[in-house]
Design a protein around this ligand. Structure first.
Ligand code: GLU
Length: 504
């Protein structure tokens, strides 16, 4: 096969997709785009009780917003569908019977009460009850009951589960699990339980469905979160049980809280005041999109949460990430999530935008505030003035506003600082200057203003502070002369007049 790389992102639709999941999707995407192949989105919804309405659509919208679209998915099926596990029941049924027949899985009829009884008994003796080689021949299952009694129970509709015969004394108990990031991870199979693979409601558990689907969907590389590393031995033994060749596995490091202590949780965002979801979820939870982040910045900082290319540079486009990404350089240790660094990434990407792309960001913001943009040159000069001042796109209007609206308030602290006895007279002189010379004089504005100030026995500084306050409303903002130049004499005169009335 020319293109043998196939990766998958396999979320369970149990709620909004948080950045841990997004990073997993991204690493899969980078890997497959670098090596050529297909990126599959598979919805793992075998646990229907935990499935949440709208979560699948949300996952697809997030990937679309970020620009890391799958090649095959429930919405765009390829040749390996269905891509929702809830639609693959017959596939699992056929395969579970296969390993039951080969003796590697067995029916277990123990009731919840029976199991709880065993658990309590063990606890009293200071032990932990594990359903495995140690005691499976003393429990209520087909290994003990034999074929006839098992069939009788099944025919009578007795509830059951199917368990995997994880390990028995004939085998060596140490199992080597190869992981592309960690090397070989040795696991003692003696300590593992006979996991439930299938339930009598006809639904497989995650472990079984996941392995069957990865095989049937021809997945070559499983790139997923570290929380699945403890399941790797089970998954590899399931591949053995079917005599299937396993994919290569890579388990990604945890994303840690900003404090570095513990795993970043979905609730941390709300608690600590930063987004942890790509886009808005329901009414209350805002995502990176709504909080003013560019998709490329989100991808960039997520890519660096657990990987780097070994160089000094941290700012990459998606194309650069694809060409540099390498599973071997993914870290073992958890990656600390730093919300301030995320903002820095966003600012860097905003500054990297071409002026015309930055204008395209500004234009809808201006229009949403009810203004028409018909002078592209003016938009461009405004954009040039504010681009370096924006960290989040939610700040765009704060920077743009001055070019479209008169100040609605004059920052009292600024007024207090710059408003002196001679200020009103000075500003009136500026009005005269602008009315006399009109637009034409704006080119030599600085000299003209200097002359006005000198006329009152002051330096230019004594004029620029108050002038900024009346034009902008505060002492911040881009270069004042450039603002005045863009606004034009008429607008500046009108702003001075309004301020002279408003400020005592
Ligand atoms: N459904 C699992 C999850 O949501 C997928 C784990 C895997 O990639 O194997 O985490």
């Amino acid at each position: 096969m020319a293109n043998s790389v196939r990766v998958r992102f396999a979320p369970s639709p149990t709620g909004p997709l948080h950045i841990g999941g997004v990073r997993t999707a991204l690493y899969n995407y980078l890997y497959v785009r670098k090596h050529g192949g297909q990126f599959v989105l598979r919805i793992e919804d075998t646990d229907q009780k935990r499935s949440v309405d709208g979560a699948e659509a949300y996952i697809q919208s997030c990937l679309a917003w970020l620009g890391i679209q799958p090649d095959e998915s429930p919405a765009h099926p390829g040749n390996f569908g269905p891509y929702r596990q809830s639609e693959r029941r017959n596939v699992y049924q056929k395969h579970i019977l296969e390993i039951v027949e080969s003796g590697l899985a067995y029916y277990a009829f123990d009731s919840a009460d029976e199991l709880e009884g065993h658990r309590v008994d063990h606890e009293k003796k200071g032990k932990t009850f594990i359903y495995n080689w140690h005691n499976r021949m003393k429990l209520n299952n087909s290994l003990v009951l034999g074929e006839e009694k098992t069939k009788e129970k099944l025919d009578n509709g007795h509830p059951y589960v199917i368990r995997f015969l994880m390990w028995d004394e004939k085998e060596s108990s140490v199992y080597q699990c190869p992981d592309s990031i960690r090397g070989n991870v040795a696991v003692d199979c003696k300590l593992l339980d006979d996991k439930i693979l299938y339930k009598s409601d006809g639904m497989p558990t995650y472990h079984f469905a996941n392995v069957v689907d990865d095989h049937l969907m021809n997945i070559s590389h499983v790139i997923r979160g570290e929380e699945w590393l403890p399941s790797l031995a089970l998954h590899l033994k399931l591949y053995d049980a079917f005599d299937w060749r396993p994919p290569k596995f890579a388990h990604l490091p945890l994303i840690l809280k900003p404090s570095g202590k513990g795993k970043l949780s979905k609730r941390d965002g709300e608690k600590l005041g930063f987004p942890v979801f790509p886009i808005q979820w329901e009414e209350k939870i805002m995502g990176y999109k709504e909080e003013g982040y560019l998709p490329v910045a989100v991808l960039n900082f997520l890519a660096l949460l657990g990987w780097n290319d070994g160089g000094e540079n941290e700012i990459f486009s998606l194309e650069e990430l694809i060409s540099l990404f390498d599973l071997e350089r993914v870290h073992h240790a958890g990656a600390r999530f730093d919300p301030e660094k995320n903002k820095w990434f966003n600012q860097q990407h905003i500054q990297r935008l071409s002026i015309s792309d930055f204008c395209s960001l500004c234009k809808p913001v201006i229009e949403n505030h009810g203004f028409v943009v018909n002078d592209e040159n003016k938009l461009r000069s405004i954009a040039l003035m504010i681009q370096s001042r924006v960290v989040l796109t939610t700040e765009l209007w704060r920077e743009l506003k001055v070019f479209f609206e008169k100040p609605d308030v004059y920052d009292p602290k600024a007024v207090k600082k710059v408003w002196k006895e001679k200020t009103k007279g000075l500003l009136r002189a500026v009005v005269d200057l602008l009315s006399d010379d009109g637009e034409a004089s704006l080119g030599e504005l600085q000299d003209a203003l200097k002359r006005v100030a000198e006329g009152a026995g002051l330096g230019l500084g004594a004029l620029m502070g108050p002038l900024r306050v009346v034009v902008v409303g505060s002492l911040s903002g881009p270069d004042l002369l450039s603002i005045i130049n863009t606004l034009g004499a008429k607008e500046v005169i009108s702003r001075i007049d309004s301020a002279l009335e408003a400020i005592e």
